[in-house]
Design a protein around this ligand. Structure first.
Ligand code: AMP
Ligand code: ZN
Length: 106
């Protein structure tokens, strides 16, 4: 999707503070953090929300794999992993992404 900000971040056309990557997903720090650790896990393949993402098992499992790796490194195992879905729930970027929210690693 040419006008999608997260597709541009995946492609490296817009810079991001990357903290992880695998074949199917990237993770980078949220530009407007709402917790000491606030990281977004984003599938490389465009899908508009978790409902669409979950219909692609390969893409979904890569997101979950990267979430597991990043939370082991960046949190103390206590975190939220949430997907805002739809405008009324606060979704503002319509390329699916999970928010990792944590107090940190210590
Ligand atoms: P949501 O409201 O669930 O759609 O989440 C979108 C998130 O993306 C927000 O927390 C924004 O702060 C974050 N965000 C938007 N643009 C960027 C960017 N260029 N780099 C990092 N995070 C971003
Ligand atoms: Zn996209």
């Amino acid at each position: 999707m040419s006008d999608c900000i997260f597709c541009k971040i995946v492609a490296g056309e817009i810079p991001s503070d990357r903290v992880g990557e695998n074949e199917g997903a990237i993770a980078f720090r949220d530009i407007n953090p709402e917790a000491p650790v606030h990281i977004l896990v984003v599938p490389k393949l465009h899908s508009k929300n978790i409902i669409e993402l979950s219909q692609n098992e390969e893409s979904m499992s890569k997101v979950m794999e990267l979430m597991r790796e990043v939370t082991q490194r960046e949190t103390n195992g206590h975190f939220k992993f949430l997907f805002n879905t739809g405008e009324e729930a606060g979704q503002t970027v319509f390329h699916s992404h999970g928010h990792i929210l944590s107090q940190g690693a210590s």
